[in-house]
Write a protein that binds this ligand. Sequence first.
Ligand SMILES: Cc1cc2nc3c(=O)[nH]c(=O)nc-3n(C[C@H](O)[C@H](O)[C@H](O)COP(=O)(O)O)c2cc1C
Length: 305
Amino acid sequence: MVDLKVEIAPGLLLKNPILTASGTFGYGREYAPYFDISKLGAIISKGLSLKPKTGNPGVRITETACGMLNAIGLENIGVECFLADELPILRKLGAVVIVNIFGNNQDDYAALAAKLDGVAGIAGLEINISCPNVKAGGIQFGTDPQSAAKLVAAVRQETSLPLITKLSPNVTDIVEIAKAVEEAGSNTLSLINTLMGMAIDLEQKKPILGNVTGGLSGPAIKPVALRMVYQVVQAVSIPVIGIGGIVNTRDALEFLLAGATAIEVGTASFINPQSASEMVDGVENHLEELGCDRVTDFIGSLGKV
Ligand SMILES: Cc1cc2nc3c(=O)[nH]c(=O)nc-3n(C[C@H](O)[C@H](O)[C@H](O)COP(=O)(O)O)c2cc1C
C-alpha cells in the first residue's frame, strides 16, 4: 500500500494528488457514470461567476495538432445555481470539491469568496486570473504582478478557505507573478491555464473560432507547462499544482518529479473520460514498483535516482 496523501494547502489534505481541471470535467456529476468520482483527490468546478454567463458565440472549439483550441468564454450557471443544484449532488457522491471563481472586477471576486466562505462541502477556492477568452475577468489580472497581488489580497480578506491562484502562461515571466500572489496570501498556485492561439480556415479565408483567438490545451502544451511548473517550484515556498497536457500516468509522474504537489487532468478527460481515475491507479502502481511508500517522497525528486 502506497500512501498517496498530499497536503495542497495548510489543513487541506487530499487522498491522492490527482485532480480534474476547471472547465474540462463539467460540474463533476457528468463524469459519475464513468467512474466513482470520490476516488479523485478533488474535482475543480467549471469557473463560476456571481451571475450566470452565456459565454462566446460559436465556433467555440476546434481541434489542433496534439491539442485543441477553445474560446468558451466562461459560460456557467452562476454561483447560486451551483450551490443549490450541483453541490448537493457532489456531496452525495462523496467528491472533494474545489470551486473555481472569476469575476469582471475585483469586487466580483471578493463577493464570490465571501459567498462561498464557510459553505459546507467546499474544500477550497481556485482563483482564475488567467482566462484568455474573455475581455473582462481573468487575464487582465493575471498578466501584471501588482494587479494579481491586489486581487488575491482582496479575496484573502473575505475567506478563510484555502486559496489556489491559477496562473497564466501568457506572460513574459510567470515566476514574477507567482511570487507576487504568494506574497499576497495565496496558499497554493496552479499552473498553467491555456496558451493563447489561433486557427484559420484556409478555404473560407477566415478565423475558425468566433472569438478569433482561443486557448490551446492538450499534449501540445505539456513541455511549456512542465518548464513553468519546474521554474515556479524553485522560486516559491507554497505548493504548486501542475496542469497542462497531462494525458496519462507518465505525464502525471513527470510533473510530480518536477516538484508539483498535485496535478490537474484537463483535455485528457475529453479523449478518455476515465483518464483521471486511471492515473490514480497508475501513480500508485508505479510507486509500488519503485518501492516508494509515500508519494511525498517522490514529489520533487528530479535528479535523485
Ligand atoms: C473547454 C475548456 C474550458 C475551460 N474552462 C476553464 C475555466 O472555466 N476556468 C479555468 O480556470 N480554466 C479553464 N480551462 C483551462 C483548463 O482548466 C486547463 O488549465 C487547461 O486546459 C490546460 O490543461 P490541459 O492541457 O490538461 O487541458 C478550460 C479548458 C478547456 C479546454
